[in-house]
Design a protein around this ligand. Sequence first.
Ligand SMILES: NC(=O)c1ccc[n+]([C@@H]2O[C@H](COP(=O)([O-])OP(=O)(O)OC[C@H]3O[C@@H](n4cnc5c(N)ncnc54)[C@H](O)[C@@H]3O)[C@@H](O)[C@H]2O)c1
Length: 199
Amino acid sequence: MLVVANPVDILTYTAVKYSGMPESRVIGSGTTLDTARLKYLMGQHLDVDPRSVHTFIIGEHGDSEIAAWSSTNVSGVPLDDFCEMRGHHEHQASMKAIAEKVKNSAYEIIEKKKATYYGIAMSVVRICSAIIRDEKSILPISSMMHGDYGVDGVALSMPSIVGKNGTEGLVPIHLSDEEQAALKQSADVLADVIKKADI
Ligand SMILES: NC(=O)c1ccc[n+]([C@@H]2O[C@H](COP(=O)([O-])OP(=O)(O)OC[C@H]3O[C@@H](n4cnc5c(N)ncnc54)[C@H](O)[C@@H]3O)[C@@H](O)[C@H]2O)c1
């Protein structure tokens, strides 16, 4: 079961809880779209093919999402080094601005054309291909968390191996202390909604 409707992490949690299906077979599109937008914008900024940018947006698909900068690299070269190489010396500020733009792009698109559809359609195609072809691609889909990174009892996005059986598990990317704290905060936002909505 692939959940795309928003709020996607809350609905993924709900689907896991009430569908009776094995947890690993219930996933949400999560931050796959946000990650694609991040790669695209970074590709533009660094003047490099976005497919060579390895990065993830993690956490909630929404306002508390996090760009996992500490594990970001361009073809294996750490982000900071690649930025310097491309002549970007204010890269911390640029990365912050890019992450904000990713976070706000859905609002911007909705304001201009009422809804978002092409981007999410591409993301759904990507996830479905990984499932149908059993690609075992690493995608930031939303799935139930059980203690990894100190997060438990909510569905949110972390890089996961996706194939014909749904998710085969998380990929343990490195997070800085700051990113880990932000992830915990993102999980708390979701846990609060689950509690208030009494799901
Ligand atoms: N996860 C993402 O990144 C992402 C991106 C874009 C949109 N979305 C979500 O996708 C969902 C759909 O967006 P949209 O722009 O296509 O919305 P939409 O309003 O155009 O389409 C929703 C459709 O659902 C139908 N529907 C409503 N209640 C139903 C019910 N009880 N049973 C059967 N059908 C029902 C409506 O008739 C309508 O055709 C929204 O929840 C939106 O937030 C998610």
